[in-house]
Design a binder for this molecule. Structure first.
Ligand SMILES: Cc1ncc(COP(=O)(O)O)c(C=O)c1O
Length: 500
């Protein structure tokens, strides 16, 4: 067994000792994952789940080359970056080679939040400006400085928006302010940013930065229209600010054709600062800020040293190097293009079949399915989305729903996701939507998803507020259970030792 405790005891200990604001997936019926490999995760009973959400395990869970690189370096040396070491410079060199030439200076951190916090410091030091323009529904990290610029967070809490923060409308042509029927949504959304800058100037404020994910993830898998970033960068730079591209979720080849998502917008668009994290270490905490020489020199001129105990240490750098090698050697960008394209095609066919699917959007292995109650008004099908992710879990497929209305099914799996996985995912989704739509009939808005809705999961003893369709999975035996649930003797002995 891979467990120290029974699932029930783990849950009880978690409730007792882990802060209540740390939420778990499928809170009404959590899954205890004890091991994972490639795009599959296994619970304590050996049940196999298809992982469609862990973009951190970029090259596949527990990739042996990543594990080997970490172990090899751990045995030799791990220390901070004040000593000369080849790994950090080799990684910086390799990373910069993936970016446009002017992005040539790296600062290493341990998380995406740290990277974005540092990016803000760089931007503010550059011209001495303070204000930040952020997109509605954006999430940029959990530090105080980032909650302040993350409407996804501050709109939910009691905090009011700070005076130095300006929120621009999300450039979403499906359910945003300007849609696909607008003659020029690109300019319309960019003009909103221009207006914000003009208004800020009128009030004596100065823009330090515009920050955006190259594709918005928590905000509902939104792909900005081509040309939007170019126009925004022009307005922001004219105001003395810089453009920060947050690639923490969407970098490292997820979009397939390009290594960075911002590159989809054309070669004439180069951000001033790029932040990255999650997939960079395949689960090992390593992140980075890359910027221009000019911005780096301005930051240095403050006289303050940048020191980060763990940032870019030899082990983290070795892991990150292994990830780069695997992306290349296993042609994971090619895989993202092929499998992502295939999956998107299958999903578009599903859209023609299911009234609940309002939109399917995506690039490579970054895909969103916007569920709606009616196509014309695009009323978000929030309860239905929650229902679907719970039913998918029963089918052993891990999905999540996000976006401002929590109605967008998010797909961002490890990059080794296969066409068979894509087909399996879509077949399960098809079955669940068919049953749900039959239950809803022709009047989705008039129906409340209840315990009597066919295909609805049973009501759990302890309901969780975020969910409308919770329940325990069917207890049927999965043929892969025995095969895949076995842990090594080493693990089982360790577990015994720890128990005593
Ligand atoms: C777009 C984006 N930026 C930054 C972060 C923060 O990264 P971390 O959780 O590693 O601090 C996240 C985390 O989800 C994110 O989605």
């Amino acid at each position: 067994m891979c467990e120290l405790y029974s699932k029930q005891d783990t849950l009880a200990l978690r409730k007792k000792h882990i802060g209540p604001s740390c939420k778990i997936f499928f809170a009404a019926d959590p899954i205890k994952i004890v091991r994972a490999q490639r795009q599959y995760m296994f619970d304590e009973k050996g049940e196999q789940y298809l992982d469609c959400i862990n973009n951190v395990a970029h090259v596949g869970h527990c990739h042996p080359e990543v594990v080997k690189a970490a172990m090899k370096q751990m045995e030799l040396l791990n220390t901070n970056s004040r000593f000369l070491h080849d790994n950090i410079v080799e990684y910086a060199k390799r990373l910069c080679a993936t970016l446009p030439e002017k992005l040539s200076v790296c600062y290493f951190t341990n998380s995406g939040s740290e990277a974005n916090d540092l990016a803000l410091r760089l931007a503010r030091q550059f011209r001495g400006h303070q204000d930040v323009i952020t997109l509605d529904h954006a999430y940029h990290g959990h530090l105080t400085s980032l909650i302040e610029i993350s409407p996804y967070k501050f709109r939910k809490g009691k905090d009011v928006k700070k005076e130095f923060v300006h929120v621009a409308p999300i450039p979403d042509t499906y359910r945003g302010k300007y849609r696909e029927d607008h003659p020029d949504p690109t300019s319309a959304y960019a003009d909103e940013v221009k207006k914000i800058i003009e208004e800020a100037h009128k009030n004596g404020r100065k823009i330090a930065a515009f920050i955006a994910e190259s594709m918005q993830s928590c905000g509902g898998q939104v792909i900005p229209p081509t040309g939007y970033f170019q126009k925004v960068a022009e307005y922001v730079r004219a105001a003395g600010g810089v453009f920060i591209a947050d690639e923490v979720q969407v970098g490292f080849g997820r979009v397939g054709k390009h290594f960075w998502s911002f590159q989809m917008h054309g070669e004439d668009f180069v951000p001033d600062i790029v932040t990255m994290g999650k997939p960079m270490g395949n689960g090992h905490p390593v992140a980075c800020v890359v910027t221009t020489k000019e911005i780096a020199e301005a930051f240095c001129s403050s006289g303050m040293e940048y020191f980060n105990t763990y940032g870019g240490n030899p082990v983290s750098s070795a892991v990150a190097l292994a990830v780069l090698d695997i992306i290349e050697n296993e042609d994971l960008q090619g895989n993202a293009t092929r499998v992502g394209g295939y999956l998107t095609e299958l999903l578009k066919k599903q859209k023609a079949k299911h009234t609940l699917i309002g939109d399917v959007r995506g690039v490579g292995l970054f895909i969103g399915i916007d569920l709606v109650k009616d196509h014309q008004r695009r009323t978000p099908a929030t309860a239905e989305a929650q229902h679907v992710i719970y039913k998918m879990k029963e089918k052993r497929v891990l999905l999540s729903a996000d976006g401002p209305h929590r109605n967008v099914l998010k797909i961002k799996p490890p990059m080794c996701f296969s066409e068979e996985d894509a087909k399996f995912l879509v077949d399960q989704l098809d079955g669940i939507l068919t049953v749900l739509e039959e239950a809803i009939g022709t009047n989705p808005e008039g129906v409340t998803i209840s315990e009597n809705t066919p295909g609805r999961t049973k009501k759990p003893k302890e309901a969780h507020v975020e969910l409308l369709s919770e329940g325990a999975p069917e207890q049927k035996e999965n043929p892969s259970q025995k095969r895949n649930g076995l842990c090594t003797d080493k693990q089982s002995q360790l577990s015994k030792r720890l128990k005593t």
